[in-house]
Structure formats: structure tokens, C-alpha cells
Design a protein around this ligand. Structure first.
Ligand SMILES: Nc1ncnc2c1ncn2[C@@H]1O[C@H](COP(=O)(O)OP(=O)(O)OP(=O)(O)O)[C@@H](O)[C@H]1O
Ligand SMILES: [Mg+2]
Length: 235
């Protein structure tokens, strides 16, 4: 059965600065070495942009003609399929790893790109166990011979251990830092946890959302408040 290709829908897609940023990131990953092929994307806390960054990195490599597989290994909170693609309640990783679905049902090709996506599938009772399984290890091992890059999206490491488990099958990990609320210590802990799993920390992606307008907004507000107190002080 050949599957209908899906389309992507990503924030920043088609924007010049976003595209340039991902090209730079892509180049930096390539400079990490030819042996860096399977990469996990994680963060300290929720909502920092892991899933968005995962798909953007995948797309960026595919645009270079590389064969890419993006795996949504955040089986606890599946949003990619519905939010970032045209796939409609797709089969996914949880079903693949429990043997409920076949490979042919779970690898979704992306339209016009040498890229495929495995969605998370329905929330299983035992995500860590599934990610720790020989089935997952075997799946990644097989994928290594078919793809140039395998990008794996994971849940936040402060909340659950999944990313560290996935990291044991990866060549490198990228941390997404999207929140100014993440403290240095927490980021440091994440790095240590990843390194303990025997995986290489490749680097950090700063995902400052809506950088220009948001900063402008806060700055304006700040200046206004400052000006107001100054006025008061003069009186
Ligand atoms: N650079 C960006 N510009 C605009 N919106 C963004 C950007 N990055 C992420 N977002 C938006 O922020 C929200 C969170 O992003 P995303 O789902 O990628 O984060 P996440 O770290 O995977 O979250 P979770 O921990 O819930 O899995 C989404 O609505 C996404 O569309
Ligand atoms: Mg996510």
C-alpha cells in the first residue's frame, strides 16, 4: 500500500530569517561529523519548541536532498500530526512498537520532500518501556541504513525520563531553549543526564518565539513604566 503524502505546516515556514537560522543549524550539525545521524531533540520544560524544531531540522536536511525520517517519540502528548501536518488521525510509534501496526502503515511520506514522518500514535500505558524495548532499538538500527538523518522528537526531560531513554539509541542530542524561565542549573542538569546516558550533547537551539514584535512590545512597556516613575520622582 502506498500512502498519500502529507504536507507540513510549521510556524516560520517560508520566512527568510527562520530559513537562514535552520540552514546554519543544519551546517552546524553537519560539522559535528558524519557519524552524527540519529539526533534526539529535547528541552527542560514544556512548550519550548521541540516539535517545531524537530520538523524544521528534518525539512532543512530534506531540502538538501538528504533522506530524512522524523519520529514523534512524545507518545504522551501527540500534537504534531494534527497541528503541523495534514495527516488525519494517523497510525504511529506506539502501535508500531506494540506490534498493532505494520511499518507500511506508519511511515508517512512528506509531499515534495525526501522525508518521512512517524507520528506518535495513541497514548500507550508504558511509553518508557516501549522506548526501552529491543523493538525500538532494532527499528532505529534498521532506519540507519535507509536514512541520512533520523530526527527524534521527545517530551521535556524535567517532566519524564523518555528523552534520556531515547538518547541511548542516538548519536547526539540537541536541547531547545525557548523559555527564559529555564534556569542555568536546570539546563546543566539536562546536559548531565544526557551525557550519563552515553550520548553526545550537540548543542542548544534558542527558540525565541516571535522575537521582534514580542521584544518590542515588552521594551515599549518597560520604557513607558520607567518613564512614568521618572515623572513621579521629579514631582
Ligand atoms: N519559533 C516559533 N515561532 C512561532 N511559534 C512557535 C515557534 N516555536 C514554537 N512555536 C509555537 O509554540 C507552541 C509550542 O511549540 P512546540 O509544540 O514545538 O513545543 P514543544 O517543546 O514540542 O512542546 P511540548 O513540550 O508540549 O511537546 C506551538 O503552538 C508552536 O506552534
Ligand atoms: Mg512537542
Amino acid at each position: 500500500m502506498s500512502m498519500e503524502p502529507i504536507s507540513l505546516n510549521l510556524p516560520g515556514e517560508g520566512e527568510y530569517f527562520t530559513q537562514e537560522a535552520y540552514k546554519t543549524l543544519r551546517t552546524n550539525i553537519q560539522f559535528c561529523g558524519k557519524n552524527i545521524k540519529v539526533i534526539a531533540i529535547t528541552s527542560v520544560s514544556e512548550n519550548e519548541g521541540k516539535s517545531t524544531v524537530s520538523l524544521h531540522i528534518g525539512k532543512s536536511f530534506a531540502e538538501l536532498g538528504k533522506k530524512v525520517l522524523v519520529i514523534d517519540a512524545d507518545m504522551r502528548k501527540s500534537v504534531i500530526a494534527g497541528r503541523n501536518t495534514t495527516a488525519d488521525t494517523p497510525s504511529g510509534l506506539s502501535e508500531l512498537l506494540t506490534g498493532l501496526k505494520e511499518k507500511e502503515d506508519c511511515f508517512y511520506p512528506v509531499k515534495d520532500l525526501s522525508m518521512e514522518v512517524i507520528f506518535s500514535g495513541p497514548y500507550p500505558p508504558n511509553p518508557v518501556e516501549l522506548l526501552n524495548s529491543d523493538t525500538f532499538a532494532k527499528m532505529i538500527k534498521e532506519a540507519r541504513s535507509h536514512y541520512d538523518y533520523i530526527i527524534i522528537d521527545t517530551p521535556p526531560l524535567r517532566e519524564v525520563i523518555d528523552a534520556a531513554v531515547v538518547a541511548t539509541r542516538c548519536d547526539g542530542v540537541i536541547m531547545v531553549l525557548g523559555s527564559t524561565k529555564v534556569h542555568y542549573n536546570q539546563a546543566q542538569e539536562l546536559v548531565e543526564q544526557i551525557e550519563k546516558s552515553g550520548c553526545k550533547m550537540l548543542g542548544v537551539v534558542l527558540n525565541h518565539r516571535k522575537r521582534n514584535d514580542k521584544r518590542g512590545y515588552y521594551r515599549k512597556k518597560y520604557y513607558k513604566a520607567y518613564g512614568a516613575t521618572e515623572e513621579k520622582a521629579k514631582k
